[in-house]
Design a protein around this ligand. Structure first.
Ligand SMILES: Cc1ncc(COP(=O)(O)O)c(C=O)c1O
Length: 457
């Protein structure tokens, strides 16, 4: 597969042209990548009006992901999520869906904050689907497809928005959910930030292959792409209906996207075509072996993702943050931990030593806990409480607000949504009433101060 963006920049950087254009480093080294960090010069195309090398590279990506159309972002899934929801609303409107219905979207509660920010921008009302039962983490939202169907049937909304895979590695049944959405006249939008690699499994589990209308993938999360590199994928049907994707993406972006990140996305196409499929089979086996090893020590793991291990430490009476500290003592850094879980992400670029360090850390944790402690579950402080909606997300986000300590927040309305990052998933959403039971949940998620709407007492 060709790499038109990389080829162009290489040629330019080797031509020693006098750089009488931005950026100010003029290709001279300050931290390393300056020589290939260019801007929209003659022949370099423009991300949001692409008709040259960027368009060609995006078409390569679309072929690889088998999408109707694929668009690059250098601002991560955050940018693609905002664009995706806006495009979906536009498509619904042009399909004749009423203005009122186009103001409402259904979403499973474990959304990334980017979605809430976009609801504020578009003044969307969200019909939240909360987990069927307490699921010990704000990162997952386990609901049956029957529940989803019930809500789809009873709610006037233009789309369903779900996060799959979620932060803990749970992959939803997109095939069934997409059929339910379409049977009920709704679009399916998937936050697939953690699942770009799913398109390259023996049988694709990518949302677009399984019937989603659109999805965002953070290329940088699971593929060898620089931080910020992401894709917005459209199904064939949506691609045929929407000709202003780039204009919408430009609403939420800078006019100076990073050519270094675009080169990274471009080069990734070549790797995806040439060796990624074989590489992830090998990596998947190693990850499975490591997961079995951890389970054999008595730990429970959850999730059904091939390249992620989520240890449910809470089930063994161990704080996930303690588990993460022991990993650090063994020179391994996890993706995420909280009081119940530790998340480990792998790719073909991990070395054997990485797996050995995790084994050693798990051994040492096992050695320090008494056998009878294992499987004695600690009282969980991650229960989900269904909050009362007092004002719209937009009203709350754009109201005057002030920061208070979470201990003083009960009875107040949440202003701008505050999240800990990672996982950037809210305990309470803008416009909802904060109640006492949420306070431990904030604290467990590292949130000490929260914005409240400054309208009462
Ligand atoms: C589920 C999910 N969606 C969206 C995002 C935002 O992705 P990005 O960092 O690529 O903007 C994240 C980031 O961690 C995420 O976990």
């Amino acid at each position: 597969m060709d790499t038109p963006i990389c080829d162009y920049v290489k040629k330019y950087s080797e031509s020693y042209y006098s750089r009488l254009h931005m950026p100010g480093h003029k290709g001279k080294n300050m931290i390393g990548p300056e020589n290939i960090d260019i801007t929209e010069i003659e022949g370099a195309d423009t991300l949001f009006h692409a008709d040259g090398i960027i368009k060609k590279s995006e078409e390569n990506a679309s072929l690889l992901f088998k999408s109707g159309a694929t668009f690059y972002s250098t601002y991560g899934s955050t940018h693609c999520i905002a664009s995706m929801v806006t495009i979906a609303q536009n498509v619904a409107k042009s399909d004749g869906v009423s203005e009122l219905t186009c103001k409402k979207i259904i979403a499973l509660r474990n959304v990334h904050k980017a979605f809430i920010n976009n609801c504020a921008m578009l003044d969307l009302d969200v019909e939240w689907i909360f987990p069927d039962k307490n699921n010990d983490s704000i990162c997952q939202c386990n609901v049956s497809v029957e529940r989803i169907e019930e809500v789809l049937k009873s709610t006037d909304a233009f789309a369903l928005y779900i996060t799959s895979p979620d932060y803990l590695g749970n992959v939803a049944d997109i095939q069934t959910i997409s059929k339910l959405c379409h049977d009920n006249g709704k679009l399916l939008l998937v936050d697939n930030a953690h699942g770009a690699y799913l398109a390259f499994l023996k049988e694709s589990l990518h949302p677009i292959a399984l019937g989603a209308d659109m999805c965002n993938d953070s290329a940088h999360k699971t593929l060898p792409v620089l931080t910020g590199g992401a894709y917005l994928h459209l199904s064939k049907e949506i691609a045929g209906k929407c000709s202003n994707v780039k204009d919408i993406m430009s609403l939420y972006a800078s006019t100076s996207p990073s050519y270094v990140i675009m080169q990274s996305l471009d080069m990734c196409n070549k790797y995806l075509e040439e060796s990624f499929r074989n590489d992830i089979i090998k990596t998947g086996k190693k990850v499975k072996e490591l997961e079995d090893y951890i389970r054999n020590l008595g730990f429970e793991t959850i999730g059904n993702e091939d390249l992620k291990i989520t240890v449910y430490t809470g089930k063994s009476g161990i704080d996930g943050n303690t588990f993460a500290d022991v990993l650090r003592e063994h020179k391994a850094e996890c993706e995420f931990s909280d009081n119940n879980f530790v998340v480990l992400m792998f790719s073909p670029f991990n070395d054997d030593i990485d797996y050995i360090r995790v084994k050693n850390a798990a051994d040492s944790i096992k050695a320090t806990i008494k056998h009878e402690e294992i499987l004695v579950k600690k009282e969980s402080a991650q229960s989900i409480f269904v909050p009362k909606k007092v004002m719209t997300i937009r009203q709350a986000v754009f109201s005057p607000s002030r920061k208070v300590n979470v201990d003083e927040a009960a009875g107040k309305i949440c202003g701008m949504t505050v999240v800990s990052c990672p996982p950037a998933i809210p305990v309470v959403v803008s416009g909802e009433l904060i109640n006492e039971k949420m306070i431990p949940l904030f604290k467990n998620n590292g949130i000490e101060n929260i914005n409240i709407v400054d309208c009462e007492d």
